[in-house]
Write a protein of this length. Structure first.
Length: 328
């Protein structure tokens, strides 16, 4: 088994869907696997000029690649079937490609009701926290116990531990929302680092590339105060169209936090870094970031890029700066 992993280095919404889509086009993957989270995620994907938002289903289905909801995820059955129908109505034949690991846990109506009442964290109200809590309390329900899912179930070990398997592991949420490394308690309930992928039964020696995805500024959705005072953040929000793909909420905006990026980069062992939405800062004409709590003004795109490249030079990682704001 050979595995490439995609991780988000900030607070989600950095364009992982776009990178998954790009990598599926370029590489010969046999499988695409979602390894954490549930339908709290919203991946915006542009495929052949059309916009799709997926929550559960990995982007492999756009390319006829077998796509799996891994055991590290939690799955909402109604949402799962709804998404298959939505994709098929737009011509993406997902039904025969999508599989669910036997040991994936299920989000029940009880979980949805409970999460629906959250006011403390500002969750997506998709039942994630209660589903993971019940999993760890050994009070959860696994996919293998749901008759409706029968045609979709697989034994993840049997499926993946084969010689010719080359899999792309697609993460959800991001480092700043990670249950262990994020800003607790303003976090999600799953593991958003490469470790989250490994928990799905991936041996370390199988990992080939780690694609870390960030964007040129930061956004966060939830109850904590995140947005900076500068009015430019509202402008960046508008230019970047920073509204949640799952809940439609306005995302709070702040400068790129270099210290957070370095930490996320190192903990994930990133080999390929993508900084998305460079065109948004270009349009806002604001080349700033935060380093050690201080705002640094680079004055130009070139100096901003030079800073990122020079600071990561010794890691040997390949760095990409990407634009096309409409496509994230
Ligand atoms: P939960 O994952 O729904 O429990 O929400 C916990 C926190 O993570 C909240 O601040 C959510 O807004 C945030 N969150 C969850 N999923 C995503 C995502 O896919 N993108 C961005 N933020 C997310
Ligand atoms: Mg998203």
């Amino acid at each position: 088994m050979i595995v490439d992993i995609i991780v988000d280095l900030q607070y989600g919404d950095c364009g992982k869907g776009k990178i998954t889509h790009f990598l599926c086009k370029e590489h010969k993957y046999t499988h695409v696997v979602r390894y954490n989270g549930g339908c709290n995620a919203g991946h915006t994907i542009y495929h052949k000029g059309e916009k799709f938002i997926t929550h559960h289903i990995p982007a492999g289905v756009f390319f006829g690649i077998k796509s799996i909801i891994g055991p590290g995820c939690v799955v909402d059955i109604d949402q799962f079937f709804k998404e298959i129908l939505e994709l098929e109505n737009k011509g993406i034949m997902a039904r025969d490609l999508i599989k669910v690991a036997n040991n994936t846990h299920v989000i029940t109506s009880k979980h949805l009701n409970e999460d629906g009442k959250d006011t403390k964290i500002g969750t997506t109200k998709r039942g994630n926290g209660p589903a993971y809590r019940d999993k760890y309390a050994r009070a959860g329900v696994r996919a293998e116990n749901i008759p409706e899912l029968e045609p979709y179930l697989i034994d993840f070990y049997e499926e993946m531990h084969q010689e010719d398997v080359i899999a792309l592991f697609e993460g959800a949420q991001g480092f700043g929302l990670d249950i262990d490394w994020g800003d607790y308690p303003y976090v999600t309930s799953s593991h958003c680092t490469v470790a989250g992928a490994m928990l799905n039964g991936v041996p370390p020696k199988a990992v080939r590339n780690v694609w870390g995805v960030a964007k040129s500024y930061e956004t966060y959705v939830g109850t904590k105060n995140f947005q900076g005072k500068d009015p430019i953040f509202d402008k960046i929000c508008e230019i970047g169209q920073e509204y949640g793909a799952t809940t439609g909420r306005k995302r709070q905006v702040n400068w790129f936090d270099w210290s957070l990026l370095e930490k996320a980069f190192n903990i994930n062992g990133v080999t390929h870094l993508v900084i998305n939405k460079m065109d948004v800062l270009r349009e806002a004409d604001a080349w700033k970031l935060k380093k050690g709590g201080k705002i640094v003004d680079f004055g130009s795109e070139d100096v901003f890029k030079e800073f990122v490249t020079n600071n990561l030079a010794q890691t040997g990682a390949t760095i990409y700066f990407s634009g096309d704001k409409a496509k994230i």
